[in-house]
Design a protein around this ligand. Structure first.
Ligand SMILES: [Zn+2]
Length: 498
């Protein structure tokens, strides 16, 4: 048994080395790689990912799992969860016919290329036949993944274990009932802050200094976390000792990078504070996509967009941008950072309206996968829901159904985890506030008690606990979306004096 475990761990270390190489190459490609390096990069990534796939599905892995799985209860907690996770992945891959899997990978690569061009030329018709193929496969896939579940539930489970349509229907109904009238009231009250003073030039070298201040306020250890510049910000990395945080600077919009850094900073804090024992293990990362997003949104929206945080950072901004900030008071900065207005583009949406963008995608995916909607009717259905939920008219598909890349990559069931992340965040914030006076802690400028609480309850477990277990143990209650709608209602009623 000891020998088997040793071989298993050696295999995991090898897999980790491939992940390490791919993670570092990916960060390199996004930050400093010269343009003409793209072909070599793609070639190397292809080789590395194929080798990595072989390690996780090859005969050595199969034999080791076959020996370890029956002895699961005798294993230590980490090894047991590793055996469970890798076993599940392997089983799943075995149920999908190889030929279909390979064809689907080729179809998604082609669809991604066509989507890019279709979006830029506002041409849904050219993308539709590709999307039809991906939808057809995703109608079939649930039968391989878990034929006992409703089809769309099986897809949801790929991104957020345990998430079901039953939960999401109740969740989105609550969100819709609370937020749609509130958003309408805000639109009608006409009391938007005048943020024109913020429309100035904020030199990028100075914005870089602001990022350094933000990262240090967030208690991020720069000896374990790099900060790079990319087109679309993300957080990547290798292990808790090597996290890669990124941002994008817009000279005329200082708040864009500000909140990117705080959002990605939340992701980075999670990775930086997983347990030492999980370094090199496939479990040494977030519990799920939704839980990871809960941490970025907790820092970005609930802490970063609080009056206390804005007041805390304001002096640094006034020092770095003395001319630009002359006409911007801390209160105006706070109001501008929390301006809510229905819009067309999900990635630019504010905190209040964001979940309605996700709700549109959720309703459409459910119908597409269930067979109630066909790809050819998608643009019209999209536009109708944007009108119904957000009250906006979609002028063209470029600003409508073609805006996101997810469907071109075959990711159906992924969007809901973005919204669920915000709802998890509200519940976690409420649980934490029973132990810590969060506004006072933020005002003090020392956020370490907040990070310590989150480490104790969430970060250190990595993937040892599943999302629902983690919420239950961290908050003392199962997931309840009421925290989220109450939080938003309270915050925005106060902001707009309603
Ligand atoms: Zn995120």
């Amino acid at each position: 048994m000891e020998e088997t475990i040793k071989s298993f761990k050696a295999l995991l270390a090898k897999m980790h080395a491939y992940q390490h190489a791919m993670g570092a190459l990916h960060y390199d490609a996004e930050t400093v790689m010269p343009k003409k390096g793209a072909a070599d990069f793609a070639q190397s990534m292809g080789v590395l990912s194929e080798e990595s796939y072989k390690l996780s599905t090859g005969s050595e892995m199969r034999e080791l799992l076959a020996k370890l799985a029956p002895e699961k209860d005798a294993l230590d907690e980490i090894t047991r969860r590793e055996v469970e996770e890798l076993g599940e992945q392997l089983e799943k891959l075995e149920r999908i016919p190889m030929e279909e899997y390979v064809r689907y990978s080729m179809d998604t690569s082609a669809a991604m290329q066509v989507w890019k061009a279709a979006k830029n030329s506002n041409d849904f018709a050219s993308f539709a036949p590709h999307l039809e193929k991906l939808v057809a496969f995703n109608r079939k896939l649930p039968g391989y993944l878990n034929p006992d579940l409703p089809k769309y539930d099986a897809l949801l489970n790929e991104y957020e274990k345990g998430l079901t349509m039953e939960m999401l229907n109740g969740y989105f109904a609550g969100v819709r009932a609370a937020l749609v009238p509130l958003i309408r009231e805000i639109s009608e009250c006409g009391a938007q802050p005048d943020a024109s003073a913020l429309r100035a030039s904020f030199p990028i070298p100075r914005q870089r200094l602001l990022s350094d201040r933000l990262v240090s306020i967030l208690t991020i250890d720069r000896e374990r976390c790099a900060l790079g510049e990319v087109e679309h910000p993300f957080t990547g990395g290798v292990s808790k000792n090597d996290v890669r945080l990124t941002t994008h600077y817009h000279e005329c919009d200082v708040l864009s990078s500000f909140f990117s850094v705080v959002h990605e900073g939340g992701h980075a804090l999670y990775e930086l504070n997983t347990a030492d024992e999980l370094v090199g293990s496939p479990l040494g990362t977030g519990a799920s996509m939704g839980i990871h997003e809960s941490q970025s949104r907790l820092f970005e929206n609930m802490i970063g967009r609080s009056r206390e945080f804005i007041r805390l950072v304001y002096p640094a901004m006034a020092e770095l941008f003395p001319e630009q900030m002359k006409r911007v008071s801390p209160e105006l900065l706070y109001r501008a950072a929390n301006r809510a207005e229905p819009s067309l583009i999900r990635t630019e949406a504010d905190e209040l309206t964001y979940s309605l963008h996700i709700m549109v995608r959720y309703e459409l995916e459910k119908q597409l996968i269930g067979g109630a909607l066909e790809v050819s009717d998608l643009p019209e259905a999209w536009n109708a829901l944007y009108k119904e939920y957000l009250g906006v008219d979609v002028p063209d598909d470029m600003h409508g159904v073609l805006q996101d890349s997810h469907w071109s990559g075959g990711a159906f069931g992924y969007f809901p985890s973005y919204s669920i992340g915000s709802a998890y965040a509200a519940q976690i914030y409420d649980a934490m506030s029973r132990f810590i006076d969060i506004p006072a802690t933020v005002s003090s400028g020392d956020l370490s008690p907040i990070v310590a609480w989150l480490t104790e309850r969430i970060y250190r477990f990595g993937m040892l606990k599943k999302p629902n277990e983690l919420i239950l143990s961290a908050c003392g209650k199962p997931f309840d979306s009421g925290y989220y709608t109450r939080y938003l209602t309270q915050k925005y009623r106060a902001l707009y004096n309603l």
